[in-house]
Design a binder for this molecule. Structure first.
Ligand code: SAM
Length: 282
């Protein structure tokens, strides 16, 4: 079945009385070139893949052709009527119905992928949970190799920005702490059905063995980073003292230690500078 063909997709969905739920971010890919590129970027015959949100299974099928095993987590139980039809030919695919934000993905990795050399995560993510899903996956420190996901283009630029540049935010620091992030390619809005109002991009996070910086207290570091970017127009001294109640003098001294003036903004700071300040004030 050609799931990149809009007529095939529409007729199958119509026959099952399926209507798209905007609230679940249901924009299905109908561009035949995108899913093979996503799958080829990391899959091989010894790898396992966890997919979030298979929809009709268009990406799932390309993953199943290249990986040893695919476990897909889908929230919408109405797809129980469709996925067995679209993925019936693949014996290496399992669908788990549930909320990817609540399911224990660590347990899935332990239980389902012991015969795979590596496990990666792949998804065309629903826009409404892009950053929470990525943060949840990173913070759990799951034993995964790559996270390859399609996200809104602007989110891709923020997630993969250089820490120390204008585009960076707290999420950029977290992504860089846990992984090496790259934008693989852009995907226009017309590659989806129904077409959303925004363009997308596929990003790949290669999970690091160790963080690129040393922080004394990880929890404190991320609290500090969140405070740094809470009020982007303010200086670091003002936003961090307002948000965390740390004295301005302490922050000024810490900034001097990394060679920056008291008027520095958080977006100017590198990972090393953020780590040094956090280690100084924690
Ligand atoms: N992978 C398909 C594709 O590329 O055409 C569908 C992608 S669509 C953007 C997002 C999918 O995620 C939908 O199938 C939606 O039902 C599912 N979804 C939404 N929220 C979810 C959640 N919390 N957990 C798991 N799946 C979810």
């Amino acid at each position: 079945m050609n799931l990149a063909d809009i007529k095939t997709v529409e007729s199958l969905l119509r026959s099952k009385g399926f209507s798209f739920k905007k609230s679940l971010g249901q924009n299905f890919l109908i561009d035949g070139s995108v899913c093979p590129l996503m799958a080829e970027s990391f899959c091989d015959e010894n790898s396992g893949v966890i997919e979030i949100g298979p929809g009709m299974g268009v990406l799932t099928a390309e993953l199943a052709k290249r990986a040893k095993k695919v476990v897909s987590i889908e929230l919408d139980e109405r797809l129980k009527e469709i996925l067995p039809i679209t993925l019936g030919e693949f014996s290496n695919v399992e669908i788990i119905y549930g909320d990817a934000m609540k399911i224990d993905i660590g347990q899935i990795i332990r239980e389902k992928f012991s015969d795979c050399e590596s496990v990666s995560i792949c998804a065309n993510l629903p826009y409404y949970i892009t950053s929470p899903v990525i943060m949840m996956l990173l913070e759990q420190k799951l034993p995964v190799k790559f996270i390859t996901v399609m996200v809104q283009k602007e989110a891709a630029e923020r997630l993969c920005a250089r820490v120390g540049s204008r585009e960076a935010g707290a999420v950029t620091v977290a992504v860089d702490y846990y992984s090496k992030a790259n934008i693989l390619f852009n995907v226009g809005r017309n590659s989806f059905h129904p077409a959303p109002n925004v363009d997308s991009a596929v990003i790949q996070l290669e999970i690091r063995d160790n963080p690129p910086i040393e922080v004394k207290d990880e929890r404190f570091f991320f609290k500090f980073v969140k405070a740094c970017f809470a009020q982007r127009r303010k200086t670091l001294v003002n936003t961090v003292s307002n948000t965390m109640g740390i004295s301005k003098d302490t922050l000024r001294t810490a900034l001097t230690k990394v060679g920056l003036s008291e008027t520095a903004r958080s977006e100017q700071l590198t990972m090393e500078q953020l780590a040094t300040i956090s280690n100084t004030i924690c």
